[in-house]
Design a protein around this ligand. Structure first.
Ligand SMILES: [Zn+2]
Length: 346
């Protein structure tokens, strides 16, 4: 099926409610749509269910992680023309632990999350609701739970049930992003292959009708649309940088090269093996298997970044390495355009 650009009403026509699991989802999933809405005069209100705690260094603790993340969220909202943001419920009710551990949104009582979304709908009375698609955009279990809860909450709400959209990436763009990253990461012969992403992000195939929420270019001079398009791109890249310096604005090759440099060179005997990496016994097994010290990721600094989107310390403990899904999304934006977001009707 083809894609259509959702025609936005003229300026100042309504309020859009954006609901997400984590701070930074507003950039990755709905950043372009939000900017297009803001540009067209919509008032955009954001509700976030968790503090995105897993993205900060585990040593700081969850309360401090939430505080750090909130400061980033605040700056991101400023850039994305989000007029108002708040937690969906009490901060800390659900915590981002990287996966589907106890206390996460993924493990919450569905009815609690649905009730919270209904309450936000009653307060904000939006004309449009945006969240992530039914596949959670990246397959993150918190995202999948969020999308399902929003879908259920709007089902009984006639005012909004036909105007609720979930962000998707296109399967073809995900495939192209993988190919591009594989090219940039072409491993040296001595290196084991670096896994790209969690493997959960598949994207929407041609069987799913996608709506692009972006600038309504009909009736506008092309030059105006171009200016607005580059304004959207610039703002969205800057918002991504708020969460991870350079992820939005550095060339993709540099982002990837930077991640490589964060790994210790093979044979480095000063590996910072800590609680989240291999125990000595496991390391000995790896050395026996590979005939040398594995090129483990240094624990300090890059590790939380690399696993932030997937939160899978076991992967790291087993010596498997991968780039986060955030880098795949970054590559998708480069390929498909930073100024476009695609949605399925929920
Ligand atoms: Zn997220």
């Amino acid at each position: 099926m083809g894609e259509v650009t959702m025609p936005l009403e003229p300026r100042g026509t309504g309020t859009a409610l954006v609901v997400h699991a984590h701070p930074d989802d507003e950039v990755f999933a709905t950043g372009a749509a939000t900017l297009a809405l803001g540009h067209a005069g919509w008032r955009v209100v954001l509700r976030i269910a968790t503090g995105g705690e897993a993205a900060e260094h585990p040593a700081v603790g969850e309360t401090e992680a939430r505080r750090l993340r909130l400061a980033k969220l605040s700056r991101s909202c400023e850039l994305l023309t989000i007029a108002e943001y708040d937690w969906l419920t009490e901060p800390g009710q659900w915590v981002d632990r990287g996966g589907a551990q106890a206390g996460t949104l993924a493990r919450a009582q569905r009815s609690d999350v649905v009730d919270a979304v209904r309450q936000a709908l009653a307060e904000v009375r939006p004309a449009l609701v945006l969240t992530v698609g039914s596949d959670g955009l990246t397959g993150h279990p918190d995202h999948v739970a969020m999308s399902a809860a929003v879908r259920e909450a709007v089902r009984s709400d006639k005012a909004i049930s036909g105007s609720t959209y979930g962000a998707r990436v296109r399967a073809a763009d995900v495939a192209a992003a993988h190919a591009e990253l594989a090219r940039l990461l072409a491993p040296a012969a001595s290196e084991p292959e670096l896994q790209i992403g969690s493997g959960r992000m598949v994207g929407a195939g041609a069987e799913i009708a996608l709506t692009e929420i972006g600038l309504d270019q009909s009736g506008r001079a092309a030059a105006t649309a171009d200016v607005a398009g580059s304004w959207i791109e610039e703002r969205r890249r800057a918002a991504l940088d708020v969460y991870e310096s350079g992820l939005g604005t550095r060339p993709l090759a540099d982002v990837v090269a930077g991640r490589r440099r964060q790994r210790r060179p093979p044979g480095d005997r000063h590996l910072a093996l800590t609680e989240s990496v291999a125990e000595q016994g496991r390391l000995a097994d790896l050395v026996a298997e590979q005939g040398r010290l594995p090129d483990l990721i240094a624990q300090e600094g890059p590790l939380p970044d690399l696993i932030a989107q997937e939160g899978s310390p076991p992967d790291v403990a087993q010596g498997r390495r991968r780039l986060g899904d955030s880098v795949i999304l970054r590559a998708v934006f480069d390929l498909a355009g930073w100024q476009r977001d695609f949605f399925e009707l929920l």
